[in-house]
Design a protein around this ligand. Structure first.
Ligand code: HMG
Ligand code: MG
Length: 288
């Protein structure tokens, strides 16, 4: 039997959050419904952040209300604080994700506070989400490089990952926010993180700015990681990480995994149709 990989679809959130072109609520809903029709079992559908900080996500509640929920699909949303959690709970998300940074500069730029303050702020969020019966995923951004502070040490990333797990996150997604990580820079990082956290509680989130993402996935597979984030069509980036491109394209990740004999449950032909549909919707190169 082939071993299966957990694929986390980021397109509707990470993919759309920094696009300069407006995407209508019905189009976001159609995108999510098409993605769930491909066999993707985990879709990050929205984020309940401040609409002034990320205007593209301002319609998160309407998006969650409009989608057709498929059995067995997790519809997750990013939540920065208790105010965001209120919105996410009212919109009946199936899971939330909190997001910290391994570097102080990105933490300040992205969520307007230090790493320490962000962890204090996430504690009651995770507590309340778990009490409401939701699972909580944790992101650590800037695992090897920060757009403001430069290089990030493996120890910095390992420390923040441990803190998020201790708060109650079931898994840490290791975010190469800028897309600068390579297998060579990842190895010491994975050595440090895996000294403390089992591979089963880790996932990789690789932006593909310099086309290293698939090599980084291969490296993570060698280290035992079995979960990866990806964005349909390679869409996206972060408004507070200048120059970063989107996550590794879902279709490229699936192709690579299938070629190597892993199973994902994703229907490649249907996914290709969604890629075409998305390109048509957004134009050939919608990146900011
Ligand atoms: P702040 O301005 O410090 O917030 O922003 P505040 O707590 O001081 O509150 C100021 C006002 O905002 C108040 O309103 C709050 O009610 C309101 P007022 O009293 O002035 O009328 N407010 C909110 N309104 C709506 N929804 C909320 C909310 N919270 C407060 N949730 C904050 C702090 C965290 C809110 C802000 O910095 C923010 O929203 N940042 C989000 C940035 C973001 O979404 N970045 C992209 C996602 S992260 C990413 O892409 C990386 C990842 O993909 C992994 C990787 O690649 O590395 C995950
Ligand atoms: Mg990201």
């Amino acid at each position: 039997m082939t071993e299966s990989i957990r694929v986390y679809e980021m397109g509707p959130r990470d993919g759309l959050q920094s696009l300069a072109v407006p995407v209508s609520t019905p189009d976001k809903i159609a995108l999510i419904d098409r993605l769930s029709g491909c066999g993707l079992r985990h879709i990050e559908a929205a984020s309940f952040v401040h609409p002034r900080w990320v205007p593209q996500m301002a319609d998160a509640s309407a998006v969650m209300q409009g989608i057709t929920r498929q059995a067995g699909v997790t519809y997750a949303a990013l939540v920065p604080n208790l105010r965001g959690l209120e919105g996410a709970l009212a919109a009946q998300v199936s899971e939330i994700a909190v997001f910290a940074s391994a570097s102080q500069g990105f933490s300040q730029a992205n969520i307007n506070c230090s790493i320490e303050h962000s962890l204090e702020r996430f504690a009651p969020v995770v507590h309340a989400a778990l009490a409401a019966g939701l699972r909580v995923r944790g992101y650590v951004s800037c695992i090897t490089h920060c757009p403001y502070d430069g290089e990030v040490t493996p120890a910095q990333t390992a420390t923040v990952s441990r803190c998020l797990l201790d708060l109650g996150c079931y898994e840490i997604s290791l975010g190469d926010t800028l897309g600068r990580a390579t297998p060579a820079t990842l190895r010491p990082l994975l050595d440090a993180v895996l000294a403390d956290i089992p591979a089963s509680q880790l996932a990789g989130h690789f932006h593909d700015t310099f086309a290293h993402a698939l090599d980084n996935v291969d490296q993570c597979l060698d280290y035992g990681l079995r979960g990866f984030d990806a964005s349909v069509g390679g869409l996206g980036g972060c408004p507070y990480a200048p120059g970063a491109r989107g996550n590794v394209a879902t279709e490229a990740l699936i192709e690579r995994l299938h070629q190597r004999g892993w199973s994902t449950g994703v229907d490649v032909q249907r996914l290709a149709q969604v890629v075409t549909w998305t390109r048509h919707l957004l134009g050939a190169d919608p990146h900011v």
